[in-house]
Design a protein around this ligand. Structure first.
Ligand SMILES: N[C@@H](CCC(=O)N[C@@H](CS)C(=O)NCC(=O)O)C(=O)O
Length: 201
């Protein structure tokens, strides 16, 4: 059976778990501690020294969360039929890594003053910008999903990042940043409603 290896939190893993669950793709949901991750890294098992990884039935190890998510989408039947829509999904996955990468930088940094500066820049500039772009994307798509008229892995990837950004666990990031964005707020509930349909067994 395939193995998804990640930490025991949502992060870059939950959208992949969701896609596999949605498609009823059997997988081992392996959740490792930081010490286990370090041992894996030291052993050379991680192609890019980070998690998540997906170990396929033939032993191939896939890394990079978006690559794994594309694989999961294909296996789960979640890839849009239209090539244009598939590319719009790709762009959203890249965009989430781009904006999420700035969050990651603010988590990794050890200097508290630098972290505070990065967080205030995120809250004042980058997140309102990204949320505004997502609001526009929802308007263009027109059906309450980010792409087309059905759930895609773009919705799954983005919703977990948006949750992380506004759930009050990040110092310096207020929880009301979604307030100016009604379509995004409604979309968030819609994605979670859809998730409830396939994450509760
Ligand atoms: N671009 C990579 C980033 C992976 C990444 O940064 N993973 C984090 C967890 S979300 C990690 O492994 N952190 C442990 C560390 O770097 O020490 C991806 O999308 O998979």
């Amino acid at each position: 059976m395939i193995q998804l290896i990640y930490f025991d939190f949502a992060g870059r893993g939950e959208a992949i778990r969701d896609a596999l669950r949605w498609g009823r793709v059997p997988f081992n949901d392996v959740r490792v501690s930081f010490a286990e991750f370090q041992a894996m890294r030291a052993s050379g098992r991680l192609p890019y020294d980070r998690l998540p990884i997906l170990e396929l039935e033939d032993g191939t190890i896939l890394a990079q969360s978006n690559t794994i998510l594309r694989w999961a989408a294909e296996r789960a039947g979640l890839t849009p039929g239209s090539r244009t829509d598939a590319l719009l999904v790709e762009a959203l996955l890249d965009s989430a890594e781009e904006y999420g990468g700035q969050l990651s930088t603010s988590i990794r940094v050890t200097d508290e003053a630098v972290r505070a500066h990065l967080r205030s820049d995120l809250a004042a500039r980058w997140l309102p910008q990204w949320f505004g772009l997502l609001e526009q994307r929802l308007g263009a798509a027109g059906h309450g999903w980010l792409v087309g008229n059905a759930l895609t892995v773009a919705d799954l990837k983005v919703v977990h990042l948006v949750d992380k950004l506004v759930n009050g666990t990040l110092s310096g990031i207020p929880t009301d940043l979604l307030s100016p964005f009604p379509a995004l707020t409604a979309w968030r509930s819609k994605v979670h409603d859809a998730r409830r349909g396939f994450t509760q067994c």
